[in-house]
Structure formats: C-alpha cells, structure tokens
Design a protein around this ligand. Structure first.
Ligand SMILES: Nc1ncnc2c1ncn2[C@@H]1O[C@H](COP(=O)(O)OP(=O)(O)OP(=O)(O)O)[C@@H](O)[C@H]1O
Ligand SMILES: [Mg+2]
Length: 303
C-alpha cells in the first residue's frame, strides 16, 4: 500500500494552510496511528519550525538535510541521495505523536525555483520543460518514501509556484483552506479550476479537491453569506475551522512535550474532526494507481 498524498494548497496567503497541515498530521499520527510524512515546500518554513522547533530545524540546515538540498543535488547533478535521506523522524511537540516525520524547507528554497528557471530557459528550454523537470525529480523522490507512510502531506507556499503545482500533480487529494470572504472566494474559483487540471490523470475530480473554511467568524454576516456561496460552487468539507486564538497560539513549538488537547486547547476537537473527515472522504474513492504518478507528473497540463 502506498501513501495517500494530500496537498494543503491555496494561492491566497495567510489562510491557515501550515496550521492545518500540522494539526492534520498530528491528529492522523496520534489518533489513527498513521505513519505521516509532512513535506514543507514553502521557503517561509512555517510547518518545519512548527513541527521540528527552531533548534532541530537549524541542525537540519547545517547538515544540508532540507528539501532545497535535495532538488539542488539533482539539478546540479551532484552526489545524489534518495529523498528518504532527508527525512527527520519523530517530529512534533505532541506527546505520543511518534509516527510523524518531516522533510524540512529553508528560505533558500526560493532560489532553487528561480535558478532552475534561469538555467533552463537560458539554454532555450520552455518554462514547461522546467516544470516537467522539477515534477520528474519530485515524483522520483516520492517513490523512495511512498511505501513507508500512510499519508504524505505537502504544505504548499502561497502564490503561484512551480513547486506547489508539482505537489498538486502528485496528489490524490487537495485541501484548499479558504477564509470565507468575498475576495478570497473569487480567487478560489480560478485557483480551484487550475488545480483540478493539474491533478494526476484519473484523479481530476471535484470530489478530490476539498475546500476547507478556515479562520471563520460566525458572528460576521458577511462570512456567513460567503460560506453559502462557497457551498454552491464547491465540495466543501463539513468541518469548519473557526477563528480561534488557541489555534494561533499552537504554532509556537514547545520544548516540553504536551498532549494534543493541551497544545490545540479549544481548537483540539475541531482539528480532530477535520482529520476524521479527511480520512473518511479519502476512503470513499481512493484507488491506488501504482507507478502512474511519475508519468503523470511529467505530463503536467499547461495553459
Ligand atoms: N483558525 C485560526 N484562528 C486564528 N488564527 C489562525 C488560525 N489558523 C491560523 N492562524 C494564524 O494565522 C496566521 C497564518 O496562518 P498559517 O501560517 O497557518 O497560514 P498559511 O496559509 O500557511 O500562510 P502562508 O500563505 O503565509 O503560508 C498565523 O499567525 C496562524 O497562527
Ligand atoms: Mg504556510
């Protein structure tokens, strides 16, 4: 059985992607005893620091065990180790969360994409070739870890990024965190269409792109109305993540282990409900397609 691959992704920034990625990974590991790997693709490195803490993250950077180094080695054709060699085992400050691993990101990751574009387009290749090259590297990397996990979760950067598109192209499911406000909903429509086209062949299905309402303020009539609009256009998860200062505070890594409830406090039950719903939705139509991912990723549809 290979891992179910989920991307937490939205072009919009600050909507709670990294927070959801971390909480989901912790709930899956702790409550379901699932083996979970979080791959951080965002140079802001928020999920990496939330899961590993500043000191272990610094150690990974010093040791060159981060995702930018993995891609760099392949693009520069340096000595290459499998993606598995970049895994930091047993992350998270939650007590008992011992099946949760991380491949960390660093701020330097932003140069990998930029340099790859400059190098390949400078040699006359189209941007599509750069994207296909990155996707092929990512797909072959995943093959070295896919059988070791039940879930692989990509925490994607905001904006338009070749790496976020690679992650989508390798995913079984997408979770699109969205604040239910007018502007966010308009942006979501365009992004959702694009994301569906990028999903692997055979998985381009609306029921695989879950919209998740986040930072929801139920006292706001505007947000309540926008939630209704979202429901008309998208397959939204039933779980709604409220605006909650306990959830914001959970981002801070604790050197002392604590329970899931102590970490997420009044947000613990909703994060647990999110994990349960994602597992349930993913079990509805999950049919592993061994060997299809790499080929699919190399055939990214481009507009
Ligand atoms: N449900 C919530 N209620 C209140 N604050 C939240 C909630 N979820 C996340 N936050 C806070 O909002 C900010 C943005 O969250 P987060 O970093 O998870 O978003 P993001 O979408 O990953 O951002 P980026 O696009 O920059 O990667 C953080 O300060 C986080 O602690
Ligand atoms: Mg983030």
């Amino acid at each position: 059985m290979t891992a179910i691959i989920l991307s937490i992704v939205n072009m919009k920034g600050g909507v709670g992607k990294s927070t959801v990625a971390v909480a989901l990974a912790e709930a899956l590991s702790l409550r379901r005893r699932a083996r979970v790997l979080v791959i951080d693709l965002d140079p802001q490195s928020n999920a990496s620091i939330m899961l590993a803490g500043q000191d272990r993250w610094d150690g990974l950077r010093l040791a060159g065990r981060t995702i930018d180094e993995f891609f760099e080695a392949r693009l520069e054709q340096l000595e290459q180790e499998p993606l598995k060699a970049y895994v930091l085992e047993e992350v998270s400050d939650v007590e008992g969360c011992d099946t949760l691993d991380l491949i960390a990101c660093t701020p330097e990751f932003r140069f990998v994409e930029r340099d790859a574009i400059a190098r390949f387009t400078g040699r006359g290749f189209a941007i599509e070739s750069v994207q296909a090259k990155l996707a092929t590297i990512a797909a072959s990397g995943l093959r070295s870890v896919q059988r070791d996990y039940d879930y692989i979760i990509f925490d994607c950067p905001p904006g338009i990024s070749l790496f976020a598109e690679c992650a989508i192209a390798l995913s079984d499911y997408l979770v699109l965190p969205t604040v239910p406000d007018y502007i966010s909903r308009l942006g979501l429509l365009a992004f959702w269409r694009r994301a569906l086209k990028l999903l692997p062949h055979g998985k381009r299905d609306e029921n695989r792109a879950f919209v998740l309402a986040t930072r929801y303020d139920e006292t706001s009539p505007g947000q309540r109305a926008q939630l209704g609009e979202i429901d008309r256009d998208f397959a939204r998860l039933k779980t709604i993540i409220p605006y909650n200062s306990d959830i914001a505070r959970a981002a801070e890594y604790s050197e002392d282990k604590r329970s899931f409830e102590a970490k997420w406090r009044s947000g613990a039950s909703v994060m647990q409900a999110l994990a349960d719903e994602v597992v349930e939705r993913a079990s509805r139509n999950f049919a592993p397609q061994a060997g299809a991912d790499a080929a699919d990723a190399a055939r990214l549809p481009l507009q």
